[in-house]
Design a protein around this ligand. Structure first.
Ligand SMILES: O=c1ccn([C@@H]2O[C@H](COP(=O)(O)OP(=O)(O)O[C@H]3OC[C@@H](O)[C@H](O)[C@H]3O)[C@@H](O)[C@H]2O)c(=O)[nH]1
Length: 425
């Protein structure tokens, strides 16, 4: 009896468990069915893992539709990308608005010739003069200058550009001449020394003769290199210099010294109004990528993660002025009555080794600094005495080295990206 009762209880428990399993199974199936019907069919259909098309007709149609939609989307995206690129290149060709130009009356407005106006310093001077409201004529042979430096003025009524080498005479009417044309970087001026001498002698005679003919005031861009490897430090304008007349730098040093002599001769004998600026090391945006001078070399080497090349021991010194300070000085000198040479430079002096470390820090890289062979006749110390500029022009440099260098580093970073985009190396 007890056995039969136990068997009944076991059977009842078994039936109850089976019933529970069936309920859970059915409930689960119903729930999953709902989920499928709530989702869009297209999202639920997946390609069979073996790569074959799904069997069911409806499913394969939906699958096909999904594949077409996906392809159309990819096509549309690539067409949009191409269109965006075209719009960008067209936008780049559209004329940009000119920088703000002051209006000057007919009497106040001058016609100003800038020789070498497409170069590094020249183009910054052109900007300043046009923005002041003057009419500017640029003459350049584009040896070291670039059309891109003055591109933003092309078509402006106050701007004109003439492709000419000033070794050939020029016949135009102007009120003032800033004579800047000459390569200024040692590798550039040494590239063709005879040409450098011609530019600074025949070219300067042509410009002084033009000034004489039309009664224009002329400013001659001379250089701190007229002091050679100086025995006096810092260098005042009264110092006559220490130049090797037959050394590799003489084409520039002596060329500029002749330029100054010519200016004085024209002033004395023909009463031409001359101004002479002795320009010390200057840096800033628009320096040529292949300029070869220390600022551009060190920045580009740091940006390219290459060894910074210090020529010789690195104890030689230089003082660096930012280009806009120089432009202030040039414009003030032209406006003044001072007819003797004036030093324009920043009197803060650095050794070249210190300068290399500083550039490395500002660029934020950890590339090595290496010493290479010293340069022949490299001036060992250079620092301007700017007492005359302070007194007569009320001028002194304003831009601190760090601020100027950061702007220059940004400029070279962009130039580097541009040259890589355009396929240059
Ligand atoms: O890669 C470099 C380049 C230059 N240098 C050194 O850095 C110093 C400065 O050299 P730069 O070539 O910049 O210019 P320099 O001072 O020799 O000549 C300049 O002087 C004043 C301007 O009128 C001219 O722009 C230019 O002639 C030099 O001692 C040179 O030997 C390096 O150590 N490494």
């Amino acid at each position: 009896m007890v056995l039969i009762w136990r068997l009944r209880v076991v059977l009842q428990l078994l039936c109850f468990s089976l019933l529970l399993i069936a309920i859970v199974f059915l409930a689960n199936g119903e729930f999953r069915g709902k989920e499928i019907s709530q989702k869009p069919v297209i999202k639920e259909i997946k390609a069979p893992v073996d790569g074959s098309e799904p069997k069911n007709d409806d499913i394969s149609k939906a699958y096909l539709r999904w594949k077409i939609d996906k392809k159309e989307l990819i096509d549309a995206k690539s067409r949009i990308y191409l269109l965006e690129q075209k719009v960008k290149s067209l936008e780049a060709k559209l004329p940009k608005p000119y920088p703000h130009v002051k209006f000057l009356s007919y009497r106040a407005k001058k016609r100003i010739l800038v020789t070498g106006g497409a170069g590094f310093v020249g183009s910054h001077l052109v900007d300043r003069l046009i923005m002041q409201g003057h009419e500017v004529i640029v003459v350049d042979n584009f040896f070291t200058g670039s059309k891109r430096n003055v591109d933003h003025w092309v078509g402006h009524e106050n701007f004109e550009i003439i492709h000419q080498d000033i070794v050939n005479p020029l016949y135009i009417e102007v009120d003032e001449i800033y004579h800047l044309a000459s390569p200024a970087s040692p590798p550039h001026y040494m590239y063709n020394p005879v040409k450098t001498i011609k530019t600074n002698t025949i070219g300067t005679i042509n410009m002084l003769a033009l000034a004489k003919r039309v009664g224009a005031k002329i400013l001659i861009a001379s250089t701190s290199e007229v002091y050679g490897d100086p025995e006096i430090h810092p260098q005042p304008e009264s110092y006559w210099g220490h130049v090797n007349p037959i050394g590799p730098r003489s084409c520039y040093d002596e060329g500029k010294r002749v330029s100054e002599s010519l200016a004085f001769a024209y002033a004395k004998h023909y009463h031409v109004a001359v101004r002479i600026a002795r320009i010390f090391n200057t840096y800033g945006p628009r320096m040529h990528m292949d300029d070869g001078r220390v600022v551009s070399n060190f920045i580009l080497q740091a940006l390219r993660n290459k060894t910074i090349t210090v020529y010789g021991h690195g104890n030689q010194t230089r003082s660096f002025q930012y280009v806009t300070d120089l432009i202030d000085g040039l414009v003030a000198l032209m406006a003044s009555n001072y007819t003797h040479p004036v030093n324009l430079g920043n009197p803060v002096e650095y050794s070249i080794m210190e300068f290399a470390v500083y550039i490395k820090k500002l660029v934020g890289r950890n590339n090595p600094i290496g010493s290479t062979e010293a340069v022949e006749d490299d001036p060992q110390r250079r620092k301007p005495d700017i007492t005359i500029a302070r007194k007569t022009l009320k001028w002194e440099p304003k831009v601190p080295l760090e601020e100027g260098l950061m702007k220059t580093i940004d400029y070279f970073r962009e130039e580097l990206a541009r040259s890589l985009n355009e396929g240059y190396t």
